[in-house]
Each structure stands twice: as C-alpha cells, then as structure tokens.
Design a binder for this molecule. Structure first.
Ligand code: HAX
Length: 423
C-alpha cells in the first residue's frame, strides 16, 4: 500500500482533528443560517450543513479543488488530482510515482467481478452494472476488516486510505469490463504491463482507440469530474452512507446510484441523446431558428434542456469551458460538436426568456458526451460510468478526510407536513 500517502496524512490527521475540535469550541454556537420552509421543500438548497474540505463550488466561479480554480488544473493526471484532493498539497514527482505504483497493483480486477458482470441481464443499464461491480468487491474492504477487529475510530482512516487506493484503481477495470461485456466488444482487456498510469490504463482497457488525443481526453475527463464539493447528490449520498462507518465500497456504490439519476450524472447521456435527436430531425446541424424552436417545444412539453442549469452555479461551468477548449485545440468539428457550440449560443437566451431556470448557462454535461462520441465511444448510456470512475476519486478523498476528522454519523431532523404547516 502507498506508505508515502500514509506518512503524508499521518502528519496531518492529528492536526485536522485538532482543527475540527478547535473550530467546534470557538464557533460551536455560531449560527450559520436559518432554514426557511421553502428550503425544506426545496431539496435543502443553500442550507450549509455539510463539511467538505477537498473542493468548493461558488455560484460565480464554479469548482475549486483545494482552493485552486479547476481551469488551472486541467493538466493534472488523476493520480495528482487524488493527491491534491486528499492531502491539500500538490504532489511531487516522487509522490506521484509512488501513488501510481500503488494504483497499478489493482488495475487487474478480480475474476469474480467479471463473472458477476457477465451474469447480469444483457439489457442491464451500465450504471446498474457499475454499482453491482463495486459492491461485489466489498469483501476486499480493509476498513471493514479493521473495524471488525476492533480498530478505534481515530485510526480507522488508515484503512480508509487502503480501500480508497484499491477502489479508485479498480474503477477503470470495472468500467472497461462493463463497456466490453455490455456492448459485445469482446473479452475484457488486461491492464498494461509496462505503464502504471491510471488514465492510460483505462483508455487501453476500453480497447477503443490508441489516438493520443483520446488518451488525453480520458485523462481530462477523469480530472474534471473528480470532485464537486459535498452537497451534490453523489457526494452527499456517500457522505451519509460512510458516516455510518460503511466502507468505501458500500459508500461509492450508493453514490453511483445517485449519479445514475437524469438530473445528476445521467444528464450527459441525456445531452448526447438530445444532440442526436436534433441531428436526426434536421438531417445535420440545425439552423439557429430550428434550434430555438426545438428547445421551446421541449420546454413547453415540460422537459428540461439537458446540460443546462445548475443548483449552485450561476455562470458557465468552467468544466464545460475546459471541454469546449479541448474540442477547439483538437480541431473537433463534427456535427455533434457543432451542435454543442450552437446550443451554447441559443439555449441560454431561450432559458432566460422562459424564465424558470435560475442558471441558464451550460454545466459540465453539455459538452462531454460529444467529445467521447467524436473518438468512437458512441454508446451514450455508458457515459455516466465514465463520470463514475472519475467521481470515485473525489468521493474516496472526501471519505478519507472525513474519517481523519472522525466525523459523526449524519442524522438531520425531518418534519411532518402538519409540523411544517404549523411552523
Ligand atoms: N431546462 C428546463 N428547465 C430547467 C432547467 C433546464 N435545463 N434547469 C432548471 N429548470 C427549471 C427547473 O426544472 C425548475 O422548474 P420547476 O420550478 O417547474 O420545478 C426551475 O427551472 C427552477 O430550477 P433551478 O432552481 O434553476 O434548478 P434546480 O436547482 O432545481 O435544478 C438542475 C438544477 C441541474 C437539476 C436543473 O438545472 C436541471 O434539471 N438541468 C437539466 C439536467 C442537467 O443538466 N443536470 C446535470 C446537472 C449537473 C450535474 O449534476 N451533473 O452531474
């Protein structure tokens, strides 16, 4: 296991717990916000009730990982991203190499996971397969084994790291096996023997293309989706589940079930479907007027425009910008990419006129699918699995940090309708 990561975190775990205790002592009575009935009915929008130290999302700027804007981190590898998320510091070359070696031990997933995936019905959704694949591996949890042996909660985080490293490193193999089994692409491909890089191995095991630009897209994809603070559906789900001291396999599998929702991670699949529908209906790239009309019809039909709007953001998602720039830098000009670019000029004005969405600007899902499609990944109900491989990096980092802080079980209060009516 990555002792270098344990050593680094050993130096900060006590300090982190001390900081939590200090803030609780100094600020314990400070009221952060009051909660209106509207917020109780409104999915707890804006209620500050979770701790997340790995990243933050502001309305006017978007994602920062450990206080660095995501657009300044687009050259990172997934290894460097995990290191930054979990330690709060940029990895040295030595640290990155050590983490890469630790990950590489687990790229080959157990045969029983492959057998389990193969045993699932042929029409299973790839996200259901992802959840099952992760849960099948729960028996490998060192965290659960340590808990069963009576390890105290102040040291359990050491085992959360071991689980995090194994799970993050297993996700590409699980996802690639799903891709190959689900879409009849042949047997799962073994990881590379001579390259320990996580995103290179993922690209290799998918067996789709050797184009260096595709490999770079896989890297970028894994970095951009890795974390998005603590309040989104997948992060909050994992936060709640792991607060019961359920291990990373349970927590990440639960998070994947949330990510599979069309208002959350599944939106990237919906986006591509939307783009393909447009292309089919208009026999290619529609005119501005056709796009406007199509979008209005969709809104009047009570459907959302996928890839647009956000619960927190009030500007264009910088992750959309990063993908948009990737398309430009790599001269991607196919119909889908052109439609994404056109939608960006039309949809915000339509949504503003429609007057409902608080944020008319694109989120990360508006562009990502068209790029995957451009390199030959046309099975768009697989896209959320790609998202899940990436999101596991942030979920595991959050879990390790929360275990280092020995955060308690989550238990907010629910109210009956009578109680709310009488409030
Ligand atoms: N198209 C049409 N209507 C939209 C809309 C969109 N893209 N975005 C918001 N609205 C509507 C909402 O449905 C809501 O309508 P009702 O009052 O009738 O319920 C109203 O505008 C107010 O919503 P909001 O406060 O602006 O947005 P929410 O915080 O409620 O929801 C969502 C945020 C992302 C779920 C929403 O914008 C949406 O459904 N977008 C389309 C789906 C999508 O792209 N999801 C991916 C989000 C990013 C992510 O999590 N990726 O994983």
């Amino acid at each position: 296991m990555s002792t270098i990561l344990h050593e680094t975190l050993n130096a900060t775990a006590d300090a982190l717990r001390g900081r939590r205790a200090h803030i609780a002592k100094e600020k314990g009575d400070t009221v952060l916000a009051s909660v209106a009935v509207e917020q109780v009915f409104g999915g707890m929008r804006g209620v500050p009730a979770l701790v997340c130290d790995t990243s933050s999302v502001s309305a006017d700027e978007g994602l920062r990982i450990r206080n660095t804007p995501i657009l300044e981190l687009t050259d990172l590898t997934p290894e460097e991203t995990f290191w930054l998320l979990v330690t709060g510091k940029r990895a040295t070359a030595e640290e990155t190499a050590a983490l890469r070696e630790a990950f590489a031990k687990y790229y080959q997933i157990p045969q029983y996971v492959i057998d389990t995936l193969k045993a699932m019905p042929k029409d299973s959704h790839p996200m259901a397969m992802l959840g099952v694949g992760i849960l099948a591996m729960e028996r490998e949890s060192e965290f659960r084994a340590a808990y069963d042996k009576g390890t105290g909660k102040d040291t359990l985080w050491n085992y959360a790291i071991n689980d995090a490293v194994r799970l993050i490193a297993s996700m590409p193999g699980i996802a690639a096996a799903i891709y190959r089994i689900r879409y009849g692409k042949g047997e799962p491909i073994a990881p590379l023997a001579n390259d320990a890089d996580l995103s290179n191995n993922f690209a290799h095991m998918l067996g789709l293309s050797d184009d260096p630009a595709w490999k770079d897209l896989v890297r970028l994809y894994l970095v951009l989706h890795s974390d998005h603070e603590g309040g989104n559906v997948s992060a909050m789900t994992s936060y709640v589940v792991s607060s019961a001291l359920s291990d990373s396999y349970y927590s990440v599998a639960a998070a994947m079930c949330g990510l599979a929702g069309p208002l959350h991670g599944l939106a990237n699949q919906e986006c591509l479907r939307f783009i393909l529908e447009l292309k089919e209906q208009f026999g290619g790239v529609p005119t501005d007027e056709q796009l406007r009309e199509f979008t209005w019809n969709r809104l009047n039909n009570g459907q959302v425009v996928p890839g647009y709007g956000h619960a927190v953001l009030r500007v264009t998602d910088p992750r959309f910008t990063a993908f948009y720039q990737f398309a430009e830098q790599n001269n991607l000009t196919d119909d889908n990419v052109q439609i994404v670019q056109k939608l960006f000029t039309i949809v915000p004005e339509v949504l503003k006129e429609h007057g409902k969405a608080k944020n008319p600007w694109p989120n990360v899902d508006a562009a990502s699918g068209s790029l995957l499609y451009a390199y030959g990944m046309t099975e768009f109900d697989f896209y959320t699995v790609m998202f899940g491989v990436s999101r596991a990096i942030g979920l595991c980092a959050q879990m390790v940090v929360n275990r280092m802080m020995a955060m308690p079980i989550v238990r907010p209060k629910s109210l009956t309708l009578d109680e709310l009516a009488g409030a």
